[in-house]
Write a new protein. Structure first.
Length: 136
């Protein structure tokens, strides 16, 4: 016991330094030279681009789905399509987008916003458009 008191006094005056357990832990947690740390970039997309498409026939649905699979948001304008073909395209896209966990939202007559699963649509776009142009 007397030895411990003397050691504590010596440590207090700086004559004898105790073994630092924190240093040993730090050495154990260091990354070896042969292993690289995993670096994750949190800024995966510096700028988001929205693709605007004006399909003229149903065969262009594949192009739209390829963009959704590649996580690109789109606005599609169906005003140039016949009404039956446009309805068929929207029905097909609605099912495909549901399967891919995306969303589809009507912006205006024959204009739709389609986003993949890494985007969220907040609010009602139709109300925002109507209020911008004093339509209601």
């Amino acid at each position: 016991m007397a030895v411990k008191v003397i050691e504590k006094l010596m440590n207090f005056f700086g004559f004898d330094e105790p073994e630092d357990e924190g240093v040993e832990e730090r050495v154990e947690n260091e990354i070896p030279f042969n292993k690289k740390p995993k670096i994750v970039n949190i800024h995966t997309q510096s700028q988001i681009k929205v693709i605007i498409l004006k399909p003229e026939n149903f065969e262009q649905a594949q192009t739209i789905l390829d963009n959704i699979k590649n996580k690109k948001p789109m606005i599609i304008d169906l005003q140039n399509m016949e009404r039956n073909d446009a309805q068929r395209l929207i029905d097909f896209l609605s099912g495909a987008i549901f399967a891919l966990n995306g969303e589809i939202k009507k912006i205006a007559n024959s204009i739709f916003l389609i986003v993949p699963d890494n985007f969220d649509i907040a609010g009602d776009i139709q109300d925002e458009v109507d209020s911008m142009f004093n339509l209601k």
